[in-house]
Structures are given as C-alpha cells and as structure tokens.
Ligand binder design. Structure first.
Ligand SMILES: [Zn+2]
Length: 169
C-alpha cells in the first residue's frame, strides 16, 4: 500500500534548517513516530506532495522553500506594544516573563492563540516578533515511511486519526 488520499500514514522524520547540513530542529527517530491522516490539510501541502505514492519502508529526503513552508519573514510583524497591554499582573512577573528571547503565548481579539518572541524591553514598551519561529527558513526533511493503512469511516468523518498516535475517543 502506498501513501494516498484518505490513508493513515505513520512515519519518522528529521527536520533541519536550510539543508541536509543544517541545524537539527526536531526528529522522531528513536521516539514516537508521527501519525496523520493524509490529504486533510494537517500537514504542509508541499510536505504531503513529496510523500505521495511512497510505500512502507521507503526513505525520502527533500527540501522545502520557506515560501512552501511557514512563509516569508515579515518585518512588519515586529511590533512595539505597551507593557500594560500584555495583562501581566505584577512587576515581578513582568521581570520574569519579559526577557529577550522568551516566547510569549498571546491571544487576539478573536480568541486565536499565537506567540510572540520578545526582542526588546524598555520601561514602557515591549518589542515582539510575531512571525512564526520558522518564517523565512527553508526546511529539510528526511523521512522514513513506517506504515500506511486505509482510514476507517469514523476517522474520515472526524478528519483525524484514532488509536495510537491519534485521538483516543
Ligand atoms: Zn475522532
């Protein structure tokens, strides 16, 4: 069986920045594999495209341009906000949280979660980089396909995998 729409794919991968010699970002080899329902938009579209028709046991390595991954780096997404707008309770908390390099969990007015990386702190304001941490970065994946099976009817209905590596319900 090969990877195709409506298949549950189990794979191990290694992700590096830039190319095959780049810094390791994450890898599943030696721990729990990634399990996902192919063709439902859970993964980057280009990532899925590279895996089409691959069989169990196959190994594949490929690069993704940042534009096919998490997008270009947007300099306009670096913003200065008043400290008071961040809703931090006390000055002591602020000192702990507002440290250059820290990632802050934030929520917009629609209730969507996103993150901002602290770039600069002055007495009144904080400069946050709201770009995705991998924005502007080319990615390099090394993948080994471990298993491919047809999705069950209820998996297709729910749009996600059930059982090991998926939803337990
Ligand atoms: Zn479900």
């Amino acid at each position: 069986m090969v990877i195709d729409e409506n298949k549950v794919v189990t794979l191990h991968y290694k992700l590096q920045r830039d190319n095959e010699n780049g810094e390791l970002v994450e890898e599943t080899f030696g721990s729990k594999p990634l399990v996902f329902l192919y063709g439902t938009g859970q993964m980057l579209p280009e990532f899925e495209k590279q895996l089409a028709a691959k069989a169990v046991g196959e190994e594949v390595a490929f690069g993704l341009k940042s534009t096919d991954a998490y997008g270009e780096y947007n300099p306009e997404a670096v913003v200065s906000v008043p400290k008071a707008a961040l809703g931090i309770e006390s000055e002591a908390d602020a000192e702990k949280i507002l440290v250059v390099g820290n990632t802050l969990p934030l929520r917009d007015q629609q209730g969507r979660n996103f993150t901002g990386i602290v770039k600069e702190v002055d007495p009144q304001n904080v400069t946050l980089d709201l770009n995705h941490p991998m924005a502007g970065v080319d990615l390099y994946f090394s993948v080994k396909v471990e298993d491919v099976r047809p999705a069950t009817e209820s998996e297709l209905e729910h749009g996600h995998v059930h059982g090991p590596g998926g939803h337990q319900h």
